[in-house]
Design a protein around this ligand. Structure first.
Ligand SMILES: *[C@@H]1O[C@H](CO)[C@@H](O)[C@H](O)[C@H]1NC(C)=O
Ligand SMILES: *[C@@H]1O[C@H](CO)[C@@H](O)[C@H](O)[C@H]1NC(C)=O
Ligand SMILES: *[C@@H]1O[C@H](CO)[C@@H](O)[C@H](O)[C@H]1NC(C)=O
Ligand SMILES: *[C@@H]1O[C@H](CO)[C@@H](O)[C@H](O)[C@H]1NC(C)=O
Ligand SMILES: *[C@@H]1O[C@H](CO)[C@@H](O)[C@H](O)[C@H]1NC(C)=O
Ligand SMILES: *[C@@H]1O[C@H](CO)[C@@H](O)[C@H](O)[C@H]1NC(C)=O
Length: 329
């Protein structure tokens, strides 16, 4: 392990959790994730280094199962980009989650996951361009459904576990829900923002990522009457920020198009200038380290959520990556 990694890990584990009083505000916390009517086309500025969902149906169609079919449901988890960086990110517990399905009538199986169109770096940090005042985000995320389960990929350094069975009819209902969820929930949100790490903390913002999709799907299945259970603890990655009550700032129009807001606009640009979106997961981690140093120094973070900016008065332990249990419904 390099000195930098060691330094980062030490910092993260060093900061002891300090508890704080919850601030009661007029706002609804956590701020609800905004749903849209439909998914807009991506901006041509956003160019994916790796194509999104290469083996999925181009129109996102999900095959229909016979109502009488019995479909096995699998919990799938693997360290992010392990093929490039060994299990380093596994040690950090930055995991990717998905769900598998196998039809007993046809013997075919399928993988379903939700992830970034332009990778994690682009969903976490915007592009600060010379000629445009507002930072530019390539932050769409979407569901991908494709035939096949790569057993080795999930099993070897992660998890492939059957957690239940559903009927073909339940599967078809789920498929319908997935399409709708995919059309209305279109932006990836990396951070979960809380008031402190304690059990009674207020959550200011929830993330919207691959594991949240998996949780939503399990809840939907439970709603349809499915019984799900796991023999092991079901843990998931969370990337936390800790702050006092967030302060609403505005959207692109009210911040970057208003001469009177120039100081704020400049501060946001300056903040994000240090963390340009990155090509690789390793660079993303290095950026998180930069973010960590900057946050400790300035106790300040500009969060972009629902296409609006918020100011977070940051407090210890500032930022944490955890791998914690979220039980099946
Ligand atoms: C992030 O977005 C930029 C701008 O479109 C693009 O050039 C880059 O390839 C994207 N990164 C990844 C990993 O897709
Ligand atoms: C979800 O939306 C993306 C982006 O439009 C699309 O590529 C994908 O096929 C859709 N997935 C499903 C399961 O509908
Ligand atoms: C599992 O991790 C090892 C070591 O980190 C790596 O060499 C191997 O390729 C990984 N397996 C898979 C299926 O990605
Ligand atoms: C999925 O199907 C492939 C090909 O038939 C098979 O090798 C694999 O074991 C199956 N995986 C699961 C989890 O059903
Ligand atoms: C959390 O709240 C519960 C119920 O109000 C209380 O019993 C418990 O002591 C609190 N825990 C902490 C760590 O503040
Ligand atoms: C899983 O989560 C539980 C509770 O959140 C925690 O105690 C446990 O250490 C976690 N397991 C791993 C492997 O991190």
């Amino acid at each position: 392990m390099s000195i930098r990694w060691f330094f980062f890990l030490t910092l993260i584990s060093f900061f002891i959790l300090i508890s704080s009083d919850n601030v009661s505000g007029k706002r609804v916390w956590p701020v609800p994730y905004r749903r849209f009517d439909h998914r807009p086309p991506t901006d041509p500025y956003c160019q994916a280094l790796y194509p999104f969902c290469p083996t999925g149906d181009p129109d996102g169609r999900i095959p229909s199962m016979r109502n009488s079919d019995v479909i096995s449901v699998f919990r799938l988890q693997t360290p992010v980009w392990e093929f490039k960086y060994g299990d380093l990110l596994g040690k950090f517990h930055i995991m990717h989650d998905a769900i598998g399905f196998a039809s007993s009538e046809t013997g075919r199986n399928y993988t379903m996951e939700w992830y970034e169109l332009f990778q994690l770096g682009n969903c976490t940090f915007p592009h600060v361009k010379e000629n445009t005042m507002a930072p530019f985000w390539c932050n769409q995320g979407a569901a991908c459904f494709f035939e096949g389960i790569d057993d080795v990929h999930w099993k070897q350094n992660g998890t492939l576990e059957k957690v239940g069975e559903i009927s073909g009819e339940q599967f078809n209902n789920l498929a319908q829900w997935v399409q709708q969820d995919n059309d209305t929930g279109i932006y990836y949100e990396t951070w979960t923002v809380r008031s402190d790490p304690g059990p009674n903390a207020t959550t200011w913002f929830d993330s919207y990522d691959c594991s949240q999709f998996v949780h939503r799907t399990y809840r939907k299945l439970a709603e349809f009457g499915a019984k799900l259970s796991s023999k092991t603890q079901t843990n998931y990655t969370k990337i936390y920020l800790y702050s006092g009550e967030p302060i609403y700032l505005g959207d692109d129009g009210s911040i970057f198009d208003q001469p009177s807001m120039k100081d704020l606009a400049t501060a946001i640009r300056k903040f994000y200038h240090s963390f340009q979106p990155h090509q690789s997961m390793l660079q993303f981690i290095l950026s998180l380290m930069e973010a960590y140093k900057k946050i400790i120094l300035e106790k300040s973070f500009y969060l972009f959520y629902n296409f609006e900016y918020w100011h977070l008065p940051m407090k210890p332990p500032y930022i944490q990556i955890t791998y914690e249990e979220v039980p099946l419904p």
